[in-house]
Design a protein around this ligand. Structure first.
Ligand SMILES: Cc1ncc(COP(=O)(O)O)c(C=O)c1O
Length: 395
């Protein structure tokens, strides 16, 4: 019999022996949580300001998610996509009505959503060239990786999907020059997450729409990290007033279970036919039920997300040293530091805050939408004390 010692040291040793070393994990062992709090294996509580990298938008053990999961125990856990089940249509209708697009396709993850969008764009245009942004992130499978504008991720796996060019974020002239009549799709994240929380300007998104219309390319917006309420709008693109041809979603969509989606607009009507695409697990009934809860609760929380975001930005602006730039909206913030972010994130963890990083110098915050103001206020206080010059700390 295998004896499973679940102490932190034993967990780390077992993983080190038996798992592929894909992750440079932080030695942090969350085992429980409620609301915006996580509890580690030693019973210590932390404010969770990362939310599983934008997944746990309703925090941990939200009563409606727990209730939906309990009743799922009495239902079918999997229904083949060969057959009908009500859950996909119910969530699809909600997403379509909220976005102004026409239809939804469900898969399991962000990278799969972008793969599907890539295939759908090729089908719709019969073209193959693609344009994406420098420092973008669209996923790890070969198609999505080909669109990811970060050399370190792409280089070990070359050659990738051919015909992809990258332009600088918010450079309208460069986008204009890169997109031509052979372009199948322009892929953009309205707020670039892994790239360091870089919001695309409304002007850039409007120009992208105009360029796509002129050339016949599909405008694909990857809202996997910035969508579903994160920026204070249900869809980040809604701020700019444009409507994309395709939107990709994942992260918070399944309420913590794996669920991704592609929303398709009028240009895709009649394009995707049976046999063109599919998945065994995509659109799992339990994940779709949770997705409906996430959407309903998020819609109620939008005013709170906006108000908290505005207040938080003004609080951060009061930190006296160490911050070079503050970027974001709603509950998606990048705090660019004058020093490497990883050691600061580690120190924040010892102060009781779980945060992320992006690129070398950016602290990345993606807290649950139910995060209390007091958590953000004490984060600002701790950050201020960590970044303060040594002699100020001693005083
Ligand atoms: C903008 C964006 N697109 C795509 C992905 C890939 O999603 P997944 O990890 O679910 O494949 C991510 C994940 O971080 C993301 O932030």
């Amino acid at each position: 019999m295998l004896l499973h010692d679940e102490s932190p040291a034993a967990v780390e040793a077992r993983e080190s022996a038996f798992l592929v070393k894909t992750y440079a994990r932080t030695p942090f062992h969350p085992r429980d949580g409620r609301g915006a709090k996580l509890i580690d294996a030693d019973g210590r509580a932390y404010w969770d300001l990362l939310g599983g990298i934008a997944v746990n938008v309703l925090g941990h053990k939200h009563p409606r998610i727990v209730k939906a999961l309990r009743s799922a125990g009495d239902e079918l856990l999997h229904v083949s996509n060969l057959y009908y089940h009500p859950a996909q249509g119910i969530l699809g209708e909600k997403l379509v009505r909220a976005s102004g697009l026409c239809r939804a396709f469900f898969c399991n993850s962000g990278t799969e959503a972008n793969e599907a969008a890539l295939k759908f764009a090729r089908l719709a245009t019969k073209k193959t060239k693609l344009v994406a942004l420098e420092e973008s992130f669209h996923g790890r499978t070969l198609g999505s990786l080909s669109l990811t504008g970060h050399e370190a991720y792409r280089t070990p796996f070359a050659p990738l999907v051919p015909g992809v060019s990258f332009v600088a974020p918010n450079d309208i002239a460069a986008l204009e020059a890169a997109v031509d009549d052979d372009t199948a799709a322009i892929f953009l994240e309205p707020v670039m997450g892994e790239g360091g929380i870089i919001p695309l300007s409304d002007d850039f998104l409007i120009a992208a729409r105009r360029i796509a219309d002129r050339t016949g390319a599909m405008l694909v917006l990857d809202e996997i990290q910035c969508g579903l309420g994160r920026t204070g709008h249900l869809f980040a693109f809604q701020k700019s007033g444009i409507v994309p041809d395709l939107v990709t979603l994942a992260k918070p969509l399944g309420g913590g279970l794996p669920l991704g989606a592609v929303l398709t607009g009028a240009a895709l009507e009649g394009v995707v036919k049976p046999g063109h695409h599919g998945t065994t697990f995509g659109g799992n009934p339990v994940a779709c039920r949770l997705g409906a809860v996430v959407l309903e609760e998020t819609e109620k929380l939008l005013p709170q997300i906006n108000a908290l975001g505005e207040w938080f930005a003004s609080e951060l602006a009061r930190v006296k040293t160490g911050i070079v730039d503050i970027r974001g909206a709603g509950l998606m913030w990048g705090i660019e530091l004058d020093r490497p972010a990883a050691p600061v994130a580690r120190e924040l963890l010892t102060h009781g805050f779980v945060v992320g990083t992006a690129r070398e110098k950016v602290l990345r915050l993606l807290p649950p939408y139910i995060v209390p103001k007091k958590a953000l206020a004490s984060f600002v206080e701790s950050l201020d004390s960590i970044l303060a010059p040594a002699k100020e700390k001693a005083a």
